[in-house]
Design a protein around this ligand. Structure first.
Ligand code: ZN
Length: 400
């Protein structure tokens, strides 16, 4: 991608109405555009970051679940069956009547929808076990603040597992926890695993993945020695490794629930056992706040220059920066750009801005590696390869 072709809205101005560092940087770096009231659009840069995160999630979760897609526009029918229509009505829920005076809502969550889909197919124990997931938008009439951390329209990965019994759910739950650890490790997030209060989601056992960040709305006790965390603010010692616990704030980025039969019993998702008995399907559900992860990563990975995310997440891992107007340098930069582009998408800065502006922008948007073709090339035939910490290597040829 040539910088001159990139639709980007990188801003040199400070962002005055941002209420945390991640929102400020996401807007300044031109990743997102705020339409107001917790609704956002993604520029090409922001969409690439979101896609990169989704790609890591799919890559890991496709091993253990099948991707589906459910409806965003929902009628009240299934919600009334589960008994949650009245819980949500008037609260964090966009609901309205259409011209036929029927109740509709925009999906805030999909337990009802997935049970509605599953009960068409599940008849006997032979139809179990299975796990489905989707990555898509959700809507909540929340008090929007802190950019993507709390938005009215956001992207989630939600998965649902269906089992013959609790043992099988327990095994799936542990498997999903491992998948979550791999996902968060790959995108460079530091997190704790915290036992949680289930709130209105139902079920009896759950684990939250919380990323430490000062702006986070969850306060918990975090172990410095391992992944353990607890919402019990009285606790002082880690029950896993014995290290001291520290009171910190964090952002909830993932949540695994054992739902049990909370939805299957109220919505008649039953199956016939091998012995011919009729039983409710045992369920688990597993969420990741995908768009929120962008903010969580930025909160943990930034410096004075901008965003410092890793190569799995960065919109562009490498930028080729032309730092001379000489034709020889232009040709070399073009050649390197063409060569490197065979492996991955590269950002090429040509003559459109000053050298200082090119460096500042690349650092702001979180480019990890700058390949600089300038005076050092013209005088000594070498290319400068600078990483995000400012460490520079001089090379004859650039490794892909
Ligand atoms: Zn510990």
């Amino acid at each position: 991608m040539r910088r001159s072709d990139l639709f980007a809205t990188v801003s040199k101005e400070s962002v005055s109405d941002a209420d945390c560092r991640s929102e400020e940087l996401a807007i300044k770096a031109g990743l997102i555009h705020s339409y107001g009231s917790g609704t956002f659009g993604y520029t090409h840069l922001g969409k690439k970051v979101l896609d990169n995160i989704e790609e890591v999630i799919r890559d890991e979760i496709d091993e253990v679940a099948q991707e589906v897609r459910m409806n965003l526009l929902q009628t009240s029918k299934l919600w009334k069956e589960s008994g949650r229509w009245k819980d949500f009505e008037g609260e964090e829920f966009f609901h309205f009547k259409n011209r036929d005076d029927k109740d509709f809502c925009l999906a805030a969550t999909h337990e009802e929808a997935v049970v509605g889909m599953a009960r068409k197919f599940v008849r006997s124990y032979r139809d179990l076990d299975f796990t489905v997931y989707q990555i898509g938008r959700k809507f909540r009439d929340d008090h929007a603040r802190k950019g993507l951390l709390r938005a009215k329209e956001f992207t989630m990965k939600d998965a649902y597992s269906f089992h013959r019994n609790e043992d099988k759910l327990d095994r799936k739950f542990e498997e999903m926890m491992e998948v979550y650890r791999r996902i968060f490790d790959r995108i460079g997030l530091e997190y704790s695993v915290v036992g949680a209060d289930n709130g209105s989601m139902g079920g009896d056992t759950s684990r939250e993945f919380i990323a430490e960040a000062e702006v986070g709305s969850d306060t918990y006790m975090k172990c410095r020695g391992c992944e353990f965390g607890t919402k019990n603010l009285e606790a002082s010692e880690c029950r896993e490794c014995g290290s001291e616990l520290e009171k910190v704030n964090g952002i909830e980025v993932g949540h695994c629930f054992k739902l049990g039969t909370r939805y299957s019993s109220s919505m008649n998702l039953d199956f016939t056992t091998e012995e011919g008995e009729n039983k409710s399907v045992v369920m688990g559900c597993y969420g990741i706040g995908v768009s929120r992860l962008i903010s969580a990563i930025i909160e943990q990975s930034n410096d004075d220059q901008g965003i410092t995310w890793n190569r799995e997440v960065a919109a562009f891992d490498t930028a080729v920066v032309l730092a001379s107007e000489e034709e020889k340098a232009c040709n070399k930069a073009e050649k390197i750009y063409q060569d490197l582009s065979e492996e991955e998408e590269i950002l090429l800065y040509e003559g459109e801005m000053s050298i200082g502006e090119k460096f500042a922008e690349a650092d702001l948007i979180g480019v990890n590696r700058k390949v600089i073709v300038g005076n050092n090339f013209l005088e000594n035939g070498v290319i400068e390869v600078e990483d995000r910490t400012g460490h520079t290597e001089l090379v004859k040829e650039v490794a892909k």
